[in-house]
Design a protein around this ligand. Structure first.
Ligand code: PEP
Ligand code: MG
Length: 755
């Protein structure tokens, strides 16, 4: 009887020698398969390599017809070999021909072989090819033989990844590793970015695969596991973390996995088969990843990710790998690829070099996405498999408009996108030239253009865009990107920095607008069936007056000696404004009692987002110093269409008669009472809808900073009076078959108004 444990070790030792010999790639591969066959007492050993056209090509064989090498091929998913590559799972069959996936390739002469053991050649969970052994007799390969073959496949993965096999590829064909791929995800932040892949969790490349002495490696693994466990325990006992619920849960899970016997056993087995400790960690990680990519259950996926994170930590320890500091070797144009990422981690990258962010997970509302959007970086989320398909330094294109990511794009696609980016840059240049031009229409109407913001990273845009101030500062963003509730003094410092950076330009702070789609993890509200209509924004603030008072006090203190502009979100009844005013009064009294300096002036406004206010317009205007229309929510509630649901959100035209008539009524009420009016929803930032707003009487709008240039270019060419006459007539004449959108588009065309 053969010594089972020595088998794979002897084989790996021979393979290591073969790898080191100065051989031509085909010769090396031929000798490798011969070696495997003889070591595993198999009549056949073959290697199939995956090409970029999804064909698995026979690259070397011992036992099958040699003439079939580079000719025999199977499609991904076809036959046993194709099934292994597609599923990234091994197959161990005593009677291959009775398997439903079996496919006979006459050129190989393989019909005489009954038993079949095939394993995927994996790298980072992705199939690069398939390694097969076959025997004439019907036999069941043992578990340790399967393990040994999988371990051997790692050596082949390395050969493919280093590019050695490229030399064997026929002209015009490419290996899958260098294939151009397009991933369809969701566009979370507009824009196009061209650059080079930067893997957020750098892939640690294990070069030292085969061990000299298993016992030493087992010891190294045990030591690393020991210090990994200690570091997790240490993090858990540190005071700051022991308080934090969410963070703690993650660490507890890590601790559980770090002690997982199954995981440890599988790594030890790989070492016994001849791998170094780090190669063993990588092998088990790759197997786990291959399974993870195919999991649909989000809970299980999350657990698998935890294993992946732990494996990375272990690899770092074992290889002495120190992550690259962002300064050195960081590409001038970087597209960051990550499975998921925290907002703070994105801010650690050199901002000037960032062209895009690709996330395998994430949601529009995730913090990192909010921050990326504020930074003006294109984001594609839900890009399945992106991290495994990309290698550091690969060319990449991110299209945040279409939600696509192109990795290693073909030359023509690259050129097309370069043109697009150039065109955008030219337009940006033109808009920048308008920055200091006063925003006055052709018929001399002065229009106030302000920008929306919510984070400190937004502030530099104030000067760059030429916005006159911040018309909407979404204070909830500070809460949303923080893992714990910002303390009173954090809030105060934050507001103070915002005002300092605004350098005298007005900032309108909106009080907390959480709930609905604005999720704050540490503020657990009850599950609601209709969160948009639920316990959110001012409703929540009035029911939790402590929270609101802390914020009001922080704002009052931060604005000491200056003008403070505050507005309230989601007002439904005028009485709510009065209630907040009373709370505010209490805070003012409290601060003056303790000798604090108060703001020089206080402007108190309300957002008009709920249709019920349409029947309280006079009281509303009387109650406040200014009104700001939140057209995103007002449209959602008026038309009963969920703003976040793509199926219905574009169902009705925001420039249709009903909504424009509502907006016109608001303008009329504001004019009657002389109340300053503005609008800060998305429609303010689109040239055509902004034209409509100006035509019905809006003279102040607030938008994302990138929209300021295009909107100014539009209004400089616009005769508001002339357009207004046409639009008012169209709104009054319900029999007219022409839509307001058509009128606006035609008007823009006739008068050369840039849209
Ligand atoms: C709005 O509803 O139009 C608005 C500006 O507020 P938010 O988008 O933050 O809900
Ligand atoms: Mg709103």
């Amino acid at each position: 009887m053969r010594d089972l444990s020595a088998g794979p070790r002897v084989l790996l030792k021979r393979l290591r020698e073969l790898m080191a010999e100065p051989l031509e790639p085909q010769e090396r591969l031929d000798r490798i398969v011969r070696q495997i066959a003889s070591n595993m007492v198999a009549e056949v050993c073959s290697v199939y390599v995956l090409r970029s056209d999804s064909i698995l090509e026979l690259y070397a064989t011992e036992g099958l017809n040699k003439d079939a090498v580079h000719l025999a091929q199977l499609k991904m998913g076809q036959g046993l070999v194709g099934a292994i590559a597609a599923s990234a799972q091994s197959l161990n069959l005593s009677d291959a021909q009775s398997h439903p996936a079996f496919r006979y390739l006459p050129e190989t002469g393989e019909e005489i072989y009954h038993s079949f053991l095939g394993v995927p050649i994996l790298r980072a969970g992705r199939s690069l090819g398939v390694l097969v052994v076959q025997n004439k007799a019907q036999r069941n390969y043992r578990e340790d033989e399967l393990e040994a073959l999988e371990t051997t496949a790692m050596v082949l993965a390395e050969m493919i990844a280093t590019g050695e096999l490229k030399k064997l590829t026929r002209p015009g064909l490419e290996l899958d590793l260098t294939r151009a791929v397009t991933i369809d995800g969701d566009g979370y932040s507009e824009g196009i970015g061209l650059g080079y892949v930067v893997l957020h969790e750098p892939r640690i490349v294990v070069t030292n695969l085969l061990n000299e002495d298993a016992d030493t490696e087992i010891r190294r693994l045990a030591e690393s596991l020991g210090s990994l466990r200690l570091s997790i325990d240490d993090m858990l006992t540190r005071r700051e973390i022991s308080q934090e619920g969410e963070h703690r849960e993650v660490l507890e899970t890590y601790r559980m996995f770090a002690h997982d016997q199954g995981w440890v056993r599988r790594m030890e087995e790989a070492i016994h088969n001849g791998l170094t400790a780090e190669a063993a960690v990588e092998k088990v990680q790759s197997d786990t990843k291959a399974r993870m990519i195919r999991l649909t259950d989000p809970y299980l996926r999350e657990r698998m990710h935890d294993f992946d994170d732990l494996a990375n930590r272990l690899l770092r320890q074992l290889t002495g790998f120190t992550p690259r500091t962002t300064a050195d070797g960081f590409p001038a144009d970087a597209v960051i690829f990550a499975r998921a990422m925290g907002a703070a981690e994105l801010l650690d990258y050199p901002r000037a070099n960032l062209r895009g962010l690709v996330l395998e997970e994430g949601a529009v509302t995730s913090h990192v996405v909010i921050v990326a959007r504020a930074m003006g970086i294109a984001v594609v989320g839900q890009a399945a498999g992106a991290v495994a398909l990309a290698e550091n330094g690969d060319a990449a294109i991110i299209d945040g408009d279409d939600g696509q990511v192109h990795i290693r794009p073909m030359a023509d696609l690259q050129v097309a996108y370069e043109e697009k980016v150039k065109l955008r840059a030219r337009r940006q240049e033109q808009f920048r030239a308008l920055r200091d031009v006063p925003s006055i229409t052709k018929d001399d109407k002065r229009i106030t253009l302000q920008m929306n913001a919510g984070l400190l990273v937004d502030l530099p845009q104030l000067a760059e865009s030429g916005a006159e101030g911040i018309g909407l500062f979404r204070t909830e963003l500070q809460f949303m990107i923080s893992s714990t509730m910002p303390k009173a003094e954090d809030q105060e410092n934050f507001y103070r920095s915002v005002m300092a950076q605004a350098a005298g330009r007005p900032v309108t702070f909106r009080t907390l607008d959480i709930g609905g789609d604005k999720v704050v993890s540490y503020f657990r509200a009850h599950e609601e069936e209709n969160p948009a209509l639920g316990w959110r924004a001012i409703r929540l603030s009035l029911d939790r007056p402590g929270l609101l008072r802390i914020q009001l006090r922080a704002l009052l203190k931060a604005a000491a000696g200056a003008e403070l502009r505050i507005m309230l979100p989601m007002i439904t009844e005028v009485a709510e404004i009065r209630a907040v005013r009373e709370l505010m009064q209490k805070e003012v009294q409290h601060l003056s009692k303790f000798g604090h300096q108060l703001p020089k002036r206080l402007k108190f406004g309300a957002m008009l987002e709920v249709p019920s206010l349409m029947w309280q317009l006079d009281e509303l205007m009387e109650e406040v110093d200014f009104v700001s229309v939140g057209s995103n929510d007002l449209f959602q509630f008026t038309m009963a269409v969920d703003r976040g649901n793509a199926r219905v959100s574009d169902r009705f035209d925001i420039l249709g008669r009903p909504f424009l008539r509502i907006l016109r009524d608001i303008v009329r009420a504001a004019e009657k009472s002389n109340t300053p009016l503005t609008l800060c929803g998305e429609m303010a930032g689109k040239p055509l809808s902004a034209m409509a707003l100006l035509s019905i009487g809006f003279r102040s709008i607030s938008m994302s900073p990138t929209a300021i240039g295009p909107i100014k270019a539009m209004l400089l060419a616009l005769d508001v009076g002339q357009l207004g006459a046409e639009v008012h007539q169209a709104l009054d004449d319900y029999r007219s078959p022409v839509t307001v959108r058509e009128i606006l588009t035609r008007f823009a065309g006739d008068h050369n108004i840039p849209l």
